[in-house]
Write a protein of this length. Structure first.
Length: 215
């Protein structure tokens, strides 16, 4: 089962949600994101938020249509996205995708990046992807990973997050590396590309942010 969480990010950065819809997935709205799901012709399972960006009339309609709605006060310790993600992590989903989580306010965008650390720091296997029209972002812990060519998003960047990266090796890339130490302040691994249809990356220590982008 996949869980797709849609936040209140700018609509011009939102990919076509219907392209990610399938039989075995649950859609979750975060504040105004619940309207975005409906506008895509998809029925969400549940919504979280203070809903301060939705009119009272729209909120009343949503309450009648939604199976479950979790309303919170504006003054709270967690963001609406964190509340939704905590719920999603409790469902033991193999894959969680975040939409409407980039653009707009930089503080919210950075907070969402930090939220993606939750399963890694807790030692579980949940995979979280942040997706907009131009980017796919995910975080990984130590290990060896295969990566396939994507002509639409050909640029691949690797950024240390939370810790320095030890032993980074890139094979099949335009700019390969072997057993390299990448400090958390480094931009060495920005805008790489695959030479062929696939490649691998591996490292021994740290947490790595992988960004697949297009211009």
């Amino acid at each position: 089962m996949d869980i797709h969480i849609v936040g209140s990010g700018p609509e011009d950065l939102m990919p076509k949600l219907i392209d990610f819809h399938h039989e075995d997935c649950i859609w979750v709205g975060v504040d105004r994101g619940v309207k975005t799901i409906y506008q895509a012709g998809i029925i969400p399972e549940i919504a979280f938020g203070d809903f301060d960006s939705i009119s009272a009339e729209d909120l009343s309609k949503l309450e009648q249509q939604l199976k479950s709605i979790k309303k919170y006060k504006s003054e709270k310790d967690e963001t609406d996205m964190e509340l939704a993600l905590n719920w999603a992590l409790d469902q033991n989903s193999s894959c969680i995708r975040l939409f409407g989580a980039t653009g707009g306010r930089i503080d919210h965008f950075l907070a969402n990046i930090h939220l993606m650390l939750k399963p890694l720091l807790a030692g579980n296997s949940n995979k979280i992807y942040m997706i907009d029209q131009k980017n796919i972002v995910y975080l990984v812990g130590p290990g060896t990973y295969s990566i396939l060519k994507n002509d639409e998003k050909k640029y691949i960047s690797f950024l240390p997050i939370a810790f320095n990266i030890k032993g980074l090796t890139l094979k099949g890339f335009k700019y390969p590396l072997t057993d390299s130490h990448i400090p958390i302040s480094s931009t060495l691994c920005i805008s790489n590309e695959l030479k062929n249809d696939s490649g691998t990356f591996s490292f021994e220590e740290g947490i790595l942010m992988v960004v697949r982008s297009q211009d």
